[in-house]
Ligand binder design. Structure first.
Ligand code: AMP
Length: 482
């Protein structure tokens, strides 16, 4: 199937060519024709499948006729996070360059008045996070009665973040005649319920089961000691052993671990920077821009970054921790091996984490191979001081040093497998959902009651000796995420 067979306008086809897309991806082949026929679409697709273009291209076609009026946008794209919204805006402006449309980005953390001024001049497209969109609506800055096409992106992520009540409110403000393109990687019952309620005879397009991992990605498990410091050393050895790292994301389960890893990797000469939930919007975007530009080689992230970041050519994903929820693994490693490129995904595994690996293997329906044998023992552990004389990691990552591989220690592996139960990370140690959200400035709008999970009860120490009680105050009260 070619782009020219999908029914796109000549101007959009030109834009596709300029964007360098030669063949449509399955979600594009499945979703674009019904979207162009003004049908509702229910797309089951993950990030990396090309789903952004699957809604941007028909939207561009639609917007070729007609004009936006002040405060009444013609199309609306809802995204769960600020980063995703900013990325979709970028994609929209890149692909829609020749269309000269007005795109307003309504997200938290940036000036409300500038956004209001933009809508006031008339926006063809509003790309928003639900909370900020409702803020604009409630302050009388925007009317949704002119929306011809609505896109809900990453609906399951919206559910995770407690946005479903907001989505339902927004739906009720839209004209009955609008067309909806609805995308989700998974279909939990709550999402099923809202699709039944709001989509009219949708065309369902499912491109790959949620549990699939990209076949171009090489996945490996690496044994690691339970001690936090030794585990960080194991990570450094792993990073050093990879000679072809162009850029990489290092995932950790907890925000506190992200902070510790950033400091530790920097101290050891790695070109690393962190991205997590309580950075302000500017800092996040700056970090992401530097990462995209290749100025940062290792992006250390918590799961807030796991879904949706459009970083097309991440060569490696390193999981410092095994994610406790198997689905997070699929999302994490979805950052590499995208659009047919070769990807590499490594995961450090302590004995206590082995049970979570089993759950992941069940989900992805394959066994992940172990990488050689790199278990360091307590006594042979390389101290921080001992590592210092090593060559520093430059930003290009071109002059990679020779791997420092630990000697095989079968005995140690056997020992690790017998680790006491207490060493295992309790399920409650998973950060509450709001930890993954972004802080946002106070607004005058009354906070709605959301599906918030409680803060962790008590102080649960993480593997780095941090306590959840160290969380900043804003994490323990409901916050608007955007
Ligand atoms: P997405 O799933 O929308 O995040 O897209 C993943 C990546 O694939 C992005 O970098 C897109 O620019 C790229 N992409 C989307 N559609 C195509 C296509 N038809 N051919 C090649 N790359 C594409």
């Amino acid at each position: 199937m070619q782009f020219s067979e999908l029914g796109l306008s000549p101007k959009v086809l030109e834009a596709v060519e300029k964007a360098g897309f030669t063949t449509p991806t399955p979600i594009q082949t499945g979703a674009i024709p019904p979207a162009l026929s003004r049908k509702d679409v229910l797309g089951l697709a993950q990030t990396g499948s090309g789903k952004t273009a699957a809604f941007v291209l028909p939207m561009l076609s639609l917007l070729e006729t007609g004009r936006a009026r002040a405060r009444i946008p013609r199309t609306l794209i809802l995204e769960p996070t600020r980063e995703l919204a900013a990325q979709v805006q970028e994609a929209f402006e890149r692909i829609g360059q020749a269309h000269k449309l007005t795109v307003a980005l309504l997200i938290g953390g940036v000036s409300f008045d500038d956004q209001a001024a933009k809508i006031d001049r008339g926006a063809d497209v509003v790309i928003a996070t639900p909370g900020r969109l409702l803020d604009h609506f409630e302050r009388g800055k925007l009317l949704l009665t002119g929306v011809e096409m609505l896109v809900i992106d990453e609906a399951d992520r919206m559910l995770d973040m407690g946005f479903i009540p907001d989505i339902e409110r927004i739906y009720k403000l839209l004209p009955f005649t609008r067309q909806t393109l609805f995308f989700s990687a998974t279909m939990p019952p709550e999402i099923q319920r809202i699709t039944n309620q709001f989509l009219h005879a949708p065309v369902r397009v499912e491109v790959s089961p949620h549990s699939s991992t990209v076949s171009t990605t090489e996945q490996r498990l690496v044994r690691a000691p339970s001690d936090a410091k030794l585990k960080r050393e194991a990570l450094r050895r792993l990073l050093n052993s990879q000679t072809n790292v162009k850029n990489a994301i290092v995932f950790a389960n907890r925000k506190t671990t992200v902070g510790v890893l950033e400091a530790s990797l920097k101290r050891h000469g790695f070109n690393a920077s962190a991205l997590h939930g309580d950075m302000d919007q500017r800092a996040r975007l700056r970090t992401l821009d530097s990462f995209r530009a290749g100025e940062i080689t290792f992006l250390i992230a918590s799961d807030v970054a796991a879904r949706g970041l459009d970083i097309p050519d991440v060569s490696h994903v390193f999981n410092f921790d095994v994610p406790i929820h198997a689905e997070d693994y699929v999302h994490r490693i979805g950052r590499t091996g995208r659009a047919g490129r070769e990807g590499h995904a490594f995961m450090l595994v302590t004995s206590a984490e082995a049970k979570y690996v089993k759950a992941i293997e069940q989900l992805i329906r394959k066994t992940i191979a172990w990488e050689g044998s790199s278990t360091p023992s307590q006594d042979e552990a390389h101290s921080d001081v001992a590592e210092r004389p090593r060559k520093r990691r430059g930003k290009s990552g071109a002059e990679r040093q020779k791997p420092v591989v630990a000697k095989p220690r079968e005995e140690k592996q056997a020992e690790d497998a017998k680790a006491p139960r207490e060493e295992r990370q309790p399920r409650e140690a998973r950060p509450p959902r709001q930890e993954r959200q972004q802080p946002a400035p106070q607004t005058r709008r009354k906070e709605p009651v959301r599906d918030r999970r409680p803060s962790p009860s008590g102080d649960v120490p993480d593997s780095d000796g941090f306590h959840s009680g160290n969380m900043p105050a804003f994490l323990s009260r409901p916050v608007r995420s955007a």
